[in-house]
Design a protein around this ligand. Sequence first.
Ligand SMILES: [Zn+2]
Length: 97
Amino acid sequence: MSFDLIMCSFCGKAFVGVKGHKPICDECKSDEDSLYKKVRTLIRDHPDKGFTVPEVARLFDVEECKINYFVGQGMFQLSRANGLANSEIVKEFLKDI
Ligand SMILES: [Zn+2]
């Protein structure tokens, strides 16, 4: 097994880990899980309200890349909102992790 310097896909910091594995540094592992649960709860509690990625990021005071990371992992889906140009709404994607 070889270790490489890889970039955390959550916070963007470089860390030493195994390539090919889900690239998340140790610091982010617990953050990722708790943030995911918070975002999921928010979306579940407001099924009729659409939240865009920047809105979600602002609500939880995190970087947009962290929300985009979840989308990239298939944990949330983006869908275009009617009437709102270039507005992508975060939807929960039913998937067990
Ligand atoms: Zn990280």
